[in-house]
Design a protein around this ligand. Structure first.
Ligand code: PDD
Length: 279
């Protein structure tokens, strides 16, 4: 499979990762995942904007403009020719020798860009049936708004949920629900949609942005306020959102049914509007 490595599109076997690449040694880098539907990168501009925000938050100067990066990503997409999938791209701070914790001089060390495209099918089965999740303590750091490649906190949370037999982790920080391991989290109570406000404790999702727009058009009230584990267990519906998962109902948490334990009415309305928006 062909990948993008800095400015070149080459076979993945030809990529050389330096052992002193700061991404490899420190997880010092940022990434994005964009969904491709019928050959189009969905909400590309919003993803690129968030990528630049992440770069600024980690004090990294990107060695290309948004237009240049977009052109490179499209070049790869044309070359690979996958109509429905996802594009993953990351930039690490680059190769700095010897290994030192200090950020290297950005005038000397060039960030390293990598992108690849994989086919992904729409998660219709999960969307129709819903998934079962478990509560896990949110022990990640206080920069969850940065789309950092250092995802160990998220991976540990997902693994903890999986070890208990659940498909997903619903993260709890000081009793409040933040998000899921790689998605934003929502609940519906008495027809109102609730989700955690943006800030340092969650990733500001691009799908979340879309849901704000769709619910406005559907006349569904949205409150971006933190809610507790108890409030979530007493909710009528729950679902998670991400570029890859789109909208997936969560029908049980810690073996307790949410509402009647089936994908809810409001969730289905929003999912229908989401699917119409991508077509
Ligand atoms: N995950 N919260 C976290 C912690 C995430 O990792 C993601 C995305 C989201 C949803 O963001 P968006 O709607 O912009 O995809 C929320 C991606 C898909 C991943 O890591 O693969």
């Amino acid at each position: 499979m062909k990948v993008l490595w800095n400015e070149q599109i080459i076979d993945e076997s030809k990529v050389k990762i330096d052992l002193e690449d700061r991404g490899y040694q420190f997880g010092d880098g940022i990434y994005e995942v964009i969904r491709i539907y019928d050959g189009c990168m969905y909400m590309e501009k919003e993803h690129l904007d968030r990528f630049w925000e992440s770069a600024q938050k980690i004090r990294m100067t990107l060695p290309f403009t948004q237009v240049e990066l977009s052109q490179r990503l499209h070049r790869l997409a044309n070359e690979v020719g996958i109509e429905n999938g996802r594009i993953y791209f990351q930039v690490t701070r680059g190769v700095a020798k010897p290994r030192l914790h200090d950020f290297p001089d950005s005038a000397v060390v060039q960030p390293v860009l990598l992108a690849d495209i994989q086919p992904v099918s729409r998660p219709s089965v999960k969307q129709n049936l819903g998934i079962r999740a478990g509560f896990v303590e949110d022990r990640r750091w206080l920069h969850c708004d940065i789309k950092s490649i250092s995802l160990l906190g998220n991976l540990l949370a997902l693994d903890e949920a999986k070890q208990k037999g659940f498909e997903e982790a619903v993260l709890l920080r000081e009793g409040f629900v933040t998000e899921a391991s790689a998605s934003n989290l929502w609940m519906v109570k008495d027809g109102i949609l609730y989700t955690h406000p943006d800030g340092q404790l969650i990733l500001p999702g691009i799908t979340k942005m879309k849901i704000r727009e769709l619910t406005k058009a559907l006349g569904i009230e949205v409150k971006e306020v933190a809610f507790t584990k108890k409030e979530l267990l007493a909710a009528d519906e729950c679902f998670k959102t991400s570029s890859v998962a789109e909208i997936v109902p969560i029908i049980e948490i810690d073996k307790q049914k949410i509402g009647d334990g089936m994908p809810g009415k409001v969730t289905k309305r929003i999912l229908k509007a989401y699917i119409e928006a991508i077509n």
